[in-house]
Ligand binder design. Structure first.
Ligand code: P6P
Length: 286
């Protein structure tokens, strides 16, 4: 397991270089989710695949940029799902993006997720890793002078925060979801949403609380974010930090999965916010 985490730590500065110097034009290809691929998406995916394929502990890998699961070593123990550069379309606006990864055993299912984490390419290169369900996620920052990762501390979520990160097009929200979003704003929550899952969720973790929602919408009835390499890895991080992650009622990591690019509505947050949502926005109907 540690060799896989070390591998992501070692490839992060190289991915950052690709973002700074790489080709960010669009290609004529789309990925399985229908996103038009940037040359950078493909470059970073190829690089990560090369690095992970060299690890004997990995049996198979699954990338957001590919249709199918790729077997690397039949005798390996772990299965790794990853999104090479989530939110890559934000690079044109010089906004932060990230790599997300989940390390599974036996099968690509939420219940078999053993560790997860993300790399954040922002004003600083940072990484958060949730190594096991009984430890707090560890936050580190890369020092380009020493070429080493400096530990910044462990991430914990308090019972309540004041960030409201509201995903999806408002035009396509249900009336209940709109009422829930407005309810949090009526309580004084602040809108913090960049359209990048990694920076938006990292900010809630760093500020020790809040709520991120990407609901079921008219244009994405099953949500937009993908279970294996976006939703489950962040659900694990949030639970390890003392928060919760649900699909509106059920724990995300308990959800079944029937195909590799499956999506889910998702809410990540501190306990009090999630409790409000579990009540089925009942307050919203008042
Ligand atoms: P919307 C980026 O494209 C992404 O996959 C996530 O990083 C982000 O949370 C979400 O989509 C943003 O989607 O519909 O709010 O622009």
């Amino acid at each position: 397991m540690q060799t896989i985490l070390d591998c992501f730590a070692s490839l992060a500065p190289k991915i950052q270089e690709l973002i700074i110097f790489g080709e960010t034009s669009y290609t004529s290809h789309t990925n399985q989710s229908g996103d038009i691929q940037l040359a950078l998406d493909i470059q970073s995916d190829v690089f990560i695949q090369e690095q992970l394929s060299a690890l004997p502990s990995i049996k198979a890998i699954f990338s957001e940029e590919k249709e199918d699961i790729f077997t690397t070593n039949p005798n390996g123990k772990y299965l790794v799902a990853y999104d090479p550069i989530d939110g890559s379309s934000l690079i044109g606006g010089n906004l932060s993006v990230g790599t997300i990864f989940g390390i599974y055993e036996e099968s690509f299912e939420g219940k078999n997720l053993k560790a997860s984490g993300y790399i954040l390419y922002g004003p600083r290169l940072e990484m958060v890793v949730a190594k096991d369900k009984d430890s707090l996620p560890l936050h580190s920052r890369y020092n380009p002078k020493t070429k080493k990762w400096d530990i910044q501390g462990e991430l914990t979520l308090e019972n309540q925060g004041n960030i409201n990160a509201t995903g999806g097009s408002q035009k396509f929200w249900s009336k209940e979801h709109k009422a829930m979003v407005e309810h949090f704003f009526s309580l004084g929550y602040r809108l913090r949403y960049s359209g990048g899952m990694v920076p938006d969720l990292h900010q809630i973790l760093i500020k020790k609380g809040g709520i991120f929602s990407y609901p079921s919408t008219q244009d994405h009835p099953n949500g937009k974010l993908r279970k294996l390499f976006e939703v489950f890895p962040f659900a694990f991080v949030f639970e390890c930090a003392g928060g919760e992650a649900i699909d509106g009622e059920r724990r995300l990591l308990d959800l079944p999965i029937s195909h590799s690019h499956e999506t889910s509505a998702c809410y990540f947050g501190s306990k009090n916010e999630i409790e409000l949502i579990k009540k089925g926005f009942s307050y919203a109907r008042k």
